[in-house]
Each structure stands twice: as structure tokens, then as C-alpha cells.
Design a binder for this molecule. Structure first.
Ligand code: ADP
Length: 474
């Protein structure tokens, strides 16, 4: 059953119960008040008759010193007649509670008569036929006799009034229930609208529409729930996109890896086949073997790089405080002797916090790339500057430069700007990917500024060593 119907049903049940109970007590209260009034009137009537009987008894002619039964009957008949217009019913009984006179239609029931006590007035409501009566009984003393007078007052109209009251109230209750059911239907539909909107959003998301959000239509708890749901949906969407991007990156990586593997392997297999199937002169033999050797070497370099990336990705940094001189000295030793590219070193002294071997590897990769991208003879500058956020290392060349599009993707594994040039240098697009991983471990990243045809600068910032921030003392 729909939630809105449940709300509607529970409201109708509650209202019906409340109206039913309330109505019952209301109508009954009115009835009881009327009955009390009737009781009082019945008592008054009985009292008046008692007085009238006693007066009539006193007026009996003096020859009778006793009140004869016949006189009692006569007085009874007279009293009944006098009250005929009002429908008076009475019964007179003697000392032994034997009935002396009874109006026509007076009940034969003598329970009340038996229960009348001295000085008290007894009542009972009786329902002999279709009518209701209040039967009142009292003891009367006339002359030397003690008699019992009973009267009956017709209260059928009070009972009919109660039945009518119930009927009117029931009809009114039904009308109220019908009207309020219609109103409640709209209210419950309005109240449950946020739930329907949330359900719709949940379904849309299940069907793959992760950007769908539930419309917020209120500011109450339901509105808060919608806000929380939308926030959760946002976080989930982000996570899903991240996972999708990760899966895509892995797929791209595997595709690029297979591709990079295929090219040297095809050459190796081709030349190996040539060597085993044909007799060749010594020079061709050497060239083929050399090709297999260089391609093998390239594969070896690639697998070592990949291994480095995987190890770096999984590894933990074991940083130490060190002097930047250690890193610049290392690069100087590596490049100062070679003739192809003049190296210029310009750096401020300083102390940093990092892992020396990994940082050496980053600088070496950047310096190598700069050499590969530059014409022989063009200067490569290696610099170090103190910045507010840390120590900045940089490698600047005047080489071919990189387009903005390539700049964005250059740190992806196997991404090569110029594939043939990279391959001719034994590259597979893994050097900068390794650098990026190492810098990530240091909480840093590569900043690349480049202009096509003019050269590039690769820079990164490493945090200062403790207590020596910005001091730069050697
Ligand atoms: P590889 O090991 O093949 O050199 P890298 O990841 O180091 O791969 O470099 C990725 C690509 O970026 C290379 O194809 C290279 O052409 C380009 N690149 C790297 N450094 C420079 C630079 N300083 N100037 C121009 N291009 C560069």
C-alpha cells in the first residue's frame, strides 16, 4: 500500500474513532441531562398526587372514620381523571401491597412496589411495550391507613430524541469523514511528494543517470533528507567518475604497454628469424645482431622504468634532511664532462626534506629530456631558488618546446610527443611518469612552462628541512 494511502487511512481511522467516541458521549450526556429533568418532574408529579390524595382523603365525609378501599379507588379514579389531559397513570396499593386501584395501561410489574420503603421515593425506568416510562413510588398516609402510590411518566420522547441524536450525529460524522478524507488525500499526497521525488531520483541513478538530483520542495526534515541524499549522490557520482577514470587509465596503460612491447618485439623476432634462416655476410649478420641487441636493451630499459614506477607507487618515502648541494653536485658530476650540451648551474644554498636517490632520479630524467630536446651546443640551465613554499628546482632548455596540449598529457605513462624521436633515444614515455610519481610522494608536482620552438622549463618545489626554512646555509 502506498505511504500516502497509509497516512490517509490512519487519519480517517483516528478521526472516525475520535468523532464516534466524542459523539457518543455528547449525545448520551444530553440524554442523561434530559432524563434527570424527567426524573425530577416524575418526582414532583408523584409528590403532587400524594398531596392531592391525602387532601382528598381528609375530605371524605365524617360518617366514615376509616378510609375504605372503595374510597381509595374513588379518589384514585378522580386523580387519574383530573390528569387525563396529561396522560396521568397511577396505581394505589394497600398496607399489604395489594393493588387497590390501577389506571388502565399501568404495568403489572410490582418490583418497584415491593421495594418502596418508608419516607423514601423509589424509581425505575420501564419499557413495557414500545414506550419508556419512569415509574415512581412512595408511601402515603391517609387517615389511619398507610398506602402506596405509584405513578408512571412517559419518557419515550427522551429516548426517541437520543436515537434521533445518534442518527443525526452519525450522518454528520459520515459527511465530515467524506469531506476530510478528500482534504486529507490532497494533504497526504502533498506531504509525501518529497518521498516520491527521492524515489524517482534513486531510480534514475540506478538506471545510470548519476547526475540526476532530487528536487527539494521543502525546508523541513524531508528537505534535509533530500539535501543529504543529493549530497550523497554527488559524492557517489564523483567516486564513480574517479573509478571510471582509473579503469580507463589502466586500460590505456595496458594498451600503450602492449603497443610499446609489440614494436621492439616484432623487430627482434624478424631479425632473429633472418639470422636463423639465411646465411648472411658478416656485416649484415652484425647489423641484425646489433638490432636485436639495441631493441633488447630498449625493452630492458622500459621494464626497469616500469618497475621503478610500480615500486615508487607502492613504496613509502623515507625522507631525510639534506643539503641541496648533494643533488646539484651529483648532476654536475654527471654532465660537466660531456661536450654535447653546455650545462649552467645557478642555485641558492639550502636544506630540504626528501629522499636523495629519488630526487636525483627526477633531476637526471629532466636533464636527460632537456638534452634530448635540444640541439647540440645549446645551453641547459639547472637552477635552484628559495621560495616561500619550499625550495624550487628547475631545468631549463632552449630545445623544441612542447605544445600546451602535450604539456597536459606529458606525465602520462607511455605518452610521447614525438614517438620516433623518443624511441631513437631508447625512450618509451615513462621518464616523466616516474618523475611525477616520485614528486607525488614528496607532496609536490611538476610545473611545466614551454613555448614551441623556444624551449621548456620543468620545475618542482620540495619542502625545507626542519629549522632551516629559508636559511639556505651550507
Ligand atoms: P621518454 O622516456 O620517452 O623521454 P618522458 O616521459 O621522459 O619519456 O617524456 C615524455 C615526452 O615528453 C617525450 O616524448 C618527449 O618528447 C617529451 N619531452 C620531455 N621533456 C621534454 C623537453 N624538455 N622538451 C621537449 N619535449 C620534452
Amino acid at each position: 500500500m502506498k505511504f500516502s494511502y497509509k497516512i490517509l487511512l490512519s487519519c480517517i481511522i483516528t478521526m472516525a474513532a475520535a468523532l464516534g467516541i466524542g459523539g457518543y458521549f455528547f449525545v448520551n450526556n444530553v440524554f442523561e441531562t434530559s432524563m434527570e429533568r424527567e426524573m425530577e418532574q416524575a418526582a414532583d408529579e408523584n409528590n403532587i398526587l400524594q398531596f392531592a390524595f391525602e387532601t382528598a382523603a381528609l375530605n371524605i365525609p365524617a360518617k366514615y372514620d376509616l378510609l375504605q378501599n372503595s374510597a381509595v379507588k374513588e379518589i384514585g379514579a378522580n386523580l387519574e381523571k383530573r390528569g387525563q389531559g396529561t396522560g396521568r397513570l397511577l396505581r394505589l396499593s394497600d398496607e399489604n401491597r395489594e393493588i387497590l386501584y390501577a389506571s388502565e395501561g399501568f404495568v403489572e410489574d410490582t418490583r418497584l412496589l415491593a421495594s418502596i420503603e418508608q419516607q423514601t421515593r423509589a424509581y425505575q425506568v420501564i419499557h413495557p411495550d414500545e414506550h419508556y416510562y419512569i415509574q415512581t413510588g412512595a408511601e402515603i398516609t391517609a387517615l389511619d391507613r398507610t398506602l402506596y402510590l405509584e405513578t408512571m411518566r412517559d419518557v419515550t420522547s427522551v429516548y426517541e430524541e437520543r436515537a434521533r441524536g445518534f442518527l443525526v450525529y452519525r450522518n454528520m460524522m459520515l459527511l465530515i469523514l467524506v469531506i476530510s478524507s478528500v482534504v486529507m488525500f490532497f494533504i497526504s499526497t502533498w506531504l509525501t511528494r518529497p518521498i516520491r521525488l527521492l524515489t524517482k531520483a534513486a531510480r534514475k541513478m540506478t538506471d545510470g543517470d548519476y547526475s540526476y538530483r532530487a528536487e527539494q520542495v521543502s525546508t523541513d526534515e524531508m528537505g534535509q533528507l533530500t539535501r543529504d541524499f543529493n549530497h550523497m549522490a554527488g559524492v557517489l557520482e564523483e567516486n564513480i567518475h574517479e573509478l571510471e577514470a582509473e579503469v580507463q587509465a589502466r586500460e590505456d596503460f595496458i594498451a600503450a604497454f602492449s603497443h610499446e612491447l609489440k614494436t621492439p618485439l616484432t623487430a627482434v623476432i624478424g631479425y632473429a628469424d633472418l639470422l636463423r634462416s639465411r646465411k648472411m655476410d658478416e656485416e649484415k649478420h652484425f647489423l641484425s645482431a646489433n638490432y636485436i641487441y639495441t631493441e633488447g636493451k630498449r625493452l630492458e630499459a622500459m621494464s626497469l622504468r616500469l618497475l621503478d614506477i610500480i615500486v615508487t607507487k607502492r613504496g613509502e618515502l623515507i625522507p631525510q634532511e639534506m643539503d641541496v648541494e648533494v643533488l646539484f653536485r651529483y648532476l654536475k658530476d654527471m654532465y660537466e664532462e660531456q661536450q654535447k650540451h653546455p650545462f649552467a648551474f645557478r642555485y641558492e644554498p639550502g636544506r630540504i626534506y626528501g629522499e636523495a636517490d629519488l630526487l636525483k632520479s627526477v633531476l637526471l630524467n629532466l636533464a636527460d629530456n632537456a638534452c634530448k630536446a635540444s640541439e647540440p651546443g645549446s645551453t641547459i640551465e639547472v637552477f635552484g631558488e628559495k621560495r616561500k613554499e619550499g625550495y624550487l628546482f628547475g631545468v631549463k632548455d632552449e630545445g623544441v618546446g612542447i605544445s600546451p596540449e602535450d604539456c597536459r598529457r606529458i606525465t602520462e605513462a607511455f605518452y610521447m610527443v614525438d614517438k620516433s624521436r623518443s624511441r631513437s633515444h631508447n625512450g618509451a614515455g615513462l621518464g616523466l611518469a616516474l618523475c611525477a610519481e616520485i614528486l607525488k610522494l614528496h607532496g609536490s608536482s611538476l610545473e611545466i612552462t614551454s613555448t614551441l620552438g623556444e624551449g621548456s622549463t620543468f620545475a618542482f618545489v620540495i619542502p625545507y628541512g626542519t629549522g632551516t626554512e629559508g636559511a639556505g646555509e651550507l
